[in-house]
Design a protein around this ligand. Structure first.
Ligand SMILES: Cc1ncc(COP(=O)(O)O)c(C=O)c1O
Length: 414
């Protein structure tokens, strides 16, 4: 008798996600685009609803009870999020998304520490969010933007990292924890340790990691760790930047205005304590409360269980995709080395046509360059189709993908 080692019962989990109960054209939705944005459990939607119905007031600014409740909800969410990712509370800053978190570092840290002759080192597998801010910084400061190359099996090379760091001018190493195209899980702790030994600061883009892996920022040794709420079952409009408090303390502010100040005189201001020094203006209060509920939900599943579940789906998908003639997958070939995202091309069909035809079967996948155009150039292709998983996906979803791919080939007469 087959033993089910998958720790998550996706059929039960699914019931917590109202959108996944929708019937479109008489059939349920097969949602395979969680790397783009995840679906939201009812508890997240209810936390936001409850905040607006019962507790809405501005935070940090008033003494009446509602304002205290709103502040407690907001700061309570921060505390639980910091515990979830193993980061200190003062080093847990709310931003709008991962993109803003990375830009915060590029502006507030980069402008002070990167100058002519220096280098910022990134990799060929980055999302545009972790490329363009460094392009702007290097252009402005007369520094060089260098890339670690990605091998044919979708991995980075530690010897090449050592060579780059040995040049002696790398001020910052910035790279993705998990690639949003290849699925590669990078050796974060080793890379951060090497950067530190070479006197460089590290920034990890955890947008694809926090939703699906147990992440402990302190154990990884990252100086900065950025992620985004909407991929981690939370609402849009909220992200997180974790930073080492001693580095954040020494930095100039990013955005300026209310809430981030200690005091303001006509000519000068002093800054608020961490983390509020980096949270100018009225914060995304409801969104932070929603993200707190999302983290509670993920914690209740257990991130080790989420990881094991998505790994088993990935394993099944890699095996079954190999059955489809003309289908090519990208990234590491073994599920343990990768996250729950699989990019692929189908010979004779453009990825947009693939996605469009899958849509006719209610199978939602993304097609395009996935905001990773330099990586597409390295792979020598303009685009891929991409299927990605969340804790609510089950083996039937993988099978529906495979059936729809066979159907799409038939439409094209392949
Ligand atoms: C690896 C990676 N980094 C950064 C981002 C940007 O996230 P956001 O648009 O929420 O800032 C994404 C989103 O697709 C991503 O996959």
């Amino acid at each position: 008798m087959a033993v089910n080692l998958d720790p998550i019962d996706a059929e039960t989990v699914r019931k917590d996600f109202p959108l996944l109960t929708r019937i479109v054209h008489g059939r349920p939705i097969v949602y395979l685009d969680s790397a783009n944005t995840s679906q939201k459990p009812a508890s997240v939607i209810e936390a936001i609803d409850d905040y607006y119905r019962q507790h809405n007031a501005n935070i940090h600014r008033a003494v009446y009870q509602l304002a205290q409740e709103a502040t407690d909800l907001f700061e309570g969410a921060r505390g639980r999020i910091a515990a979830f990712t193993g980061a200190p509370v003062p080093g847990t800053i709310f931003t709008r998304n991962a993109t803003e978190a990375i830009n915060l570092v590029a502006y507030a840290w980069g402008r002070e520490h990167v100058g002519p002759g220096d280098a910022v080192l990134i990799t060929d597998l980055e999302h545009h969010s972790n490329i363009v801010p460094w392009q702007l910084l290097c252009e402005e400061r007369g520094a060089e933007l260098r890339y670690l190359s990605v091998s044919g099996d979708g991995t980075l090379s530690l010897p090449q990292l050592d060579e780059e760091l040995a040049r002696g001018n790398v001020k910052l190493l910035a790279f993705a924890h998990v690639s949003n195209v290849l699925g590669t899980i990078n050796p974060v702790a080793e890379m951060c340790a090497r950067a530190r030994a070479a006197g460089a600061v590290s920034l990890v883009d955890g947008a694809q990691a926090v939703p699906q892996l147990p992440v402990n920022v302190a154990a990884l040794g990252a100086d900065f760790y950025a992620w985004t709420g909407h991929k981690a079952l939370g609402p849009t409009g909220i992200g997180v930047l974790h930073g080492r408090p001693e580095i954040l303390e020494a930095m100039r502010p990013f955005l300026a205005g209310g809430d981030m100040i200690g005091s303001v005189s006509h000519q000068r201001s002093t800054w608020n304590e961490l983390p509020w020094k980096f949270e100018a203006g009225t914060s995304m209060i409801a969104e932070a409360v929603g993200l707190g509920a999302a983290i509670d939900y993920l914690s209740s599943l257990g991130m080790a269980a989420v990881r094991a579940h998505e790994q088993s789906l990935t394993e099944r998908a890699l095996a079954r995709l190999a059955e489809v003639p003309g289908l090519r997958t990208f990234g590491p070939s073994d599920a343990p080395s990768r996250g729950g995202v699989i990019s692929f091309t189908l010979e004779g069909m453009h990825p947009h046509d693939v996605a469009e035809l899958l849509n006719r079967d209610n199978v939602c996948v993304r097609a395009g360059h996935h905001c990773a155009q330099p990586l597409m150039t390295c792979l020598g292709i303009p685009a891929t189709a991409r299927a990605s998983f969340g804790p609510y996906n089950c083996a039937d979803d993988v099978d529906a993908l495979i059936a729809a791919l066979h159907g799409a080939r038939e439409v094209f007469g392949l």
